[in-house]
Design a protein around this ligand. Sequence first.
Ligand code: UTP
Length: 273
Amino acid sequence: MKIRKAVIPAAGLGTRVLPASKAMPKEMLPIVDKPAIQYIVEEAVASGITDILIITSRGKTTVEDHFDRAPELEAKLLASGKQRTYDEIVGISKLANISYIRQKETKGLGHAVLCAKAFVGDEPFAVLYGDDVVIGGEEPAVKELCEAYEKYNLSVAGIKKVEIDQISKYCSLKVEDMNDEQGILKVTDMVEKPMPHQVMSNYSILGRVVLPPQIFPILEKTAPGANGEIQLTDAMKVLAQTEGMVGRQFSGDRYDMGNKFGILQAIVRVALE
Ligand code: UTP
């Protein structure tokens, strides 16, 4: 089934990027001249996604304003002959059918995804974490995941190896080789923010997944886990151990806009290009 819907959780408090994220959503922090979340929406659109739900929270209305029309600004640009800038600005509001829902309490990524239940309905969907930007690569990252979903008809985790001494900040996956020509791996287990004895590999899920609607009844039953939050990883583990799951090593470079070093790396990369 072709994937046409995507969910972008962007309701987190961004405590690792304070004070920048106090009044400004971290998802709106610019990489040179474009907010991080626009890169993410553009990746979804370039992957064939037409309908996007952004999960927001209090103090994040600038995200909605960014993807809306801006009549006064547009009129001014036209009147001063800045046609190219006008086209670019209007283009942002036409990227996709974007809707919004507020996560009323920041209870974790799993809880944020659960807020998308009515929007998703009965079809598979992509999740693009609002603070993970992927730059470069052979294809847009979510497109690579959607192709893997169509190939295996199973949930897909976007995976990469991380430095082993950093794995406790991520999730750790148990994977098996499938002899897939694109290096797609079978995912059989996972643990969020592992203690040293829980580490199964240095493969982690980095900001992109494709899930079936069966994730929702699992999320409804998922108790708070690491950091006291309802973790998407805990629900995905159930899917991996029942229906099965694959891991696609996407080709682009992932930048973590949720921490200061990641933001700096993304800015330098784009600035040099
Ligand atoms: P993170 O855990 O990286 O975001 O979640 P955070 O909670 O904002 O981070 P810190 O630790 O306080 O700095 C990954 C993505 O999930 C969203 C975040 O906005 C981010 O894009 N998220 C997280 C939600 O939408 N809701 C939540 O309750 C938690």
